[in-house]
Design a protein around this ligand. Sequence first.
Ligand code: MG
Length: 364
Amino acid sequence: MKIVDVKLGMLKVPLITPFKTALRTVECVEDVIVMLETDDGRIGYGNAPATAVITGDTHASVIAAIREIFSPLLLNRDVGDLNQLAREIDGAMVNNTSAKAAVEIALYDLFAQGFGVPLYRALGGGENSLTTDITISVDYIDKMVADAESAVERGFEILKLKVGKDIRLDIERIKAVYAAVKGRALLRLDANQGWSPKQAVQAIRSLEDAGVLLELVEQPVKARNLEGMRYISERVKTPIMADESVFGPLEMMDIIQGRVAEIINIKLMKTGGITNALKMTDLAGLYDVECMVGCMLETSIGVSAAAHVAAARSAVVSKLDLDVPSLCEFDPVIGGATYTDADVILNDTPGLGIEKIEGLKLLA
Ligand code: MG
C-alpha cells in the first residue's frame, strides 16, 4: 500500500460553551486535516489544532511543515514501513509536534486499515469502551457550580476543573463545586501553569485541610519550572500531574527520575504522534507511573486516535481526558469512535473507521 497523494483541509466545529483556561479562551475547535491517499484507494486521516501557547504550532506552521517536509517524505512510500516512516518523520525537523502527530495519526490509520482491524487491535488489542471526564471551564463561581451540576446529571463521574487565575477565588471556586457534587463526582484540577510553587502549596494544603478530596492537580506551575513542581509534590498529599512540562519520552524520564510529579498527561499533539505516546506508556509501565491520555481542543479524529492508544495500553493509562467531542455542538466526522457524554465507544471497523468528514474545506 503506497501513499500517492497528501491532501490538506480545514475543519471547524463550534463549542457548546466557550472553553476558558488560565492560558486562553476558545470559541470553536478548528483543525488542519491531513488525508494520506493510497494506491489502493484508501484514505488515512489525521488532524492538528493550533495551540500556539502550548506547542508553538499554528495552522500555518502545521500546513507549511506538512507541505515542505512531511509530504515529500511520505509520497511513494509503503505504509507497511511504519516504524521506519515514524523515525523519519520524528527526525525530519525539530519540534512541530502537532504537524508530526497529524501525519503519524493518518499513517497509523492506514496501517491498521491494511490489516482490516481497528487501530486499537493493531496496537495489541483492548476493551472497546472507555470513560472520560469532562472539563468545567474557569468562570464565575455560580456558573462553574451550574456547569458541574449539569455534567453530573449527564452522567459524568469525573470533573476536571480549570483554575489557575486568582488563587483566593480559585479556592472558593473549588470548595463550591466540591460541596455541590460531593459523593457524586470526583474532582481533578488543572491550573494550566497559573500558580507559583508557594501559591500552589498554600492552595492545595488549604483544600486538603478543608476536607476537599481531589484526585489530582495538573500542571500547577510554569512548564519549565520542574524544580517548582517538585517543591509542590514534596509538600502536599494530593498527587501532582505534569502536562505542559512533558512533551515526549525524554521529558518524561526527567519527571520520573527527578520525582517531579506522580502522574503524566500524554497527548498526541505534544508527543508528535502515536509512536512516542506508546514509548511513554511503556516507560510508565517500567517505572510503575500512572498516565492520563488527554487531547488538545481538537476534532474527534485525533481524540479517537488517542482513545485507541489508551485502550491498547489500559494497563498503565488509568485516566482519560477525551471530552472535546462532548463539548462540541456536533461531530462532523462520520464513522469512527462515538462519544455519548462520558462514554467513548471505539469503532470495530478498520483503522480509525472514518467514512467521511462533513464541512471539510479542502486547501488548494
Ligand atoms: Mg492540562
